[in-house]
Design a protein around this ligand. Structure first.
Ligand code: PAF
Length: 282
């Protein structure tokens, strides 16, 4: 595996691959890699001739400077994992390489980016659109892989792809969980032992909410009951629980209002001060 630090070198290897008619799979990451990332990389490895994984903590998507400062950075271990997974190129640029000057682009991301994470983290999705559009332009991938834990992010990236006219396939990949149900996240390392012990309750409460639907509750009633159930666990505090159409990300009043992909419930929960997200399909 080659570790690439510059856009110039990335461009060379991408050019060579493209000219040889080889498919390119891109897995964008912010590092602190775990088994969830590994599943994306393995999928990319199966699907493509060449696999590029970017490892870059993107400053423009952090609306909280403390979150950016304390975001886990484990480059050496990340590169070892990528090498073991048979990745061809790890793209690990500096902030100056990616943003030689400020990126002032504002994307018209529309309604998918206005709710949930978009409402709670102003500017976050615009920052995601900035970095992912740069990575797509640099890597010119055939396919790009994203985890469904960040369910809304995938909808936002699809919108950005539409706006920018990129020709590639977005491949959503299922959430990978610990044995006790906790969704894998780079932020899990910040959980204290006590917080780690209660964190799987988030998943349990979401699973229990499926039976509330079966009992005849409306989406709004399920949302309210689920927030109450989460908050009843000492140490958990729900920021929101929203049941939305799985494509438009808009809240649904009735279950029948969900389109072809159905409904998804998206939760953001503070667990011992760590902000965790998870979701479940109805
Ligand atoms: O999901 C992430 O880790 C990041 O938002 C992404 C897509 C790598 C962009 O920085």
């Amino acid at each position: 595996m080659e570790i690439i630090r510059t856009i110039k070198r990335l461009d060379e290897v991408v050019d060579t691959a493209r000219k040889a008619g080889r498919s390119i799979g891109l897995v964008p990451t912010m590092g602190a890699l775990h088994a969830g990332h590994r599943s994306l990389v393995e999928r990319a490895r199966r699907d493509n001739d060449v696999v590029v994984v970017s490892v870059f903590v993107n400053p423009t998507q952090f609306n909280n400077p403390d979150d950016l400062r304390t975001y886990p950075r484990t480059e050496e271990a990340d590169c070892a994992m990528l090498e073991a997974c048979g990745v061809d190129y790890a793209f690990v640029p500096s902030v100056e390489e990616v943003y030689p000057e400020p990126d002032n682009r504002v994307f018209d991301l529309g309604p998918v980016a206005e709710v949930m994470e978009g409402a709670m983290r102003p500017g976050h999705f615009n920052g995601v659109a900035q970095i992912v559009s740069k990575l797509f332009a640099m890597t010119r991938p055939t396919r790009a892989y994203f985890g469904e834990k960040d369910f809304q992010q995938i909808a936002v990236i699809r919108r950005m792809v539409e706006l920018e006219g990129f020709e590639l396939e977005i491949v959503p990949c299922p959430i990978v969980r610990e044995a006790d149900g906790l969704a894998l996240s780079s932020r899990n390392v910040r959980l204290s032992a006590e917080a780690r012990a209660i964190a799987p309750e988030i998943r349990r409460k979401l699973e229990q909410s499926l039976s509330l639907k079966a009992e005849g509750m409306t989406p709004a009633q399920v949302e309210k009951a689920t927030v109450e159930a989460i908050n009843s666990v000492e140490g958990l505090e729900a920021e929101y629980y929203s049941i939305v159409d799985a494509i438009t990300m808009q809240p649904i009043a009735r279950w029948e209002d969900a389109g072809s992909e159905g409904a998804v419930g998206c939760a953001t929960v503070f667990c011992g001060g760590v902000r965790l997200i998870d979701n479940i399909r109805y």
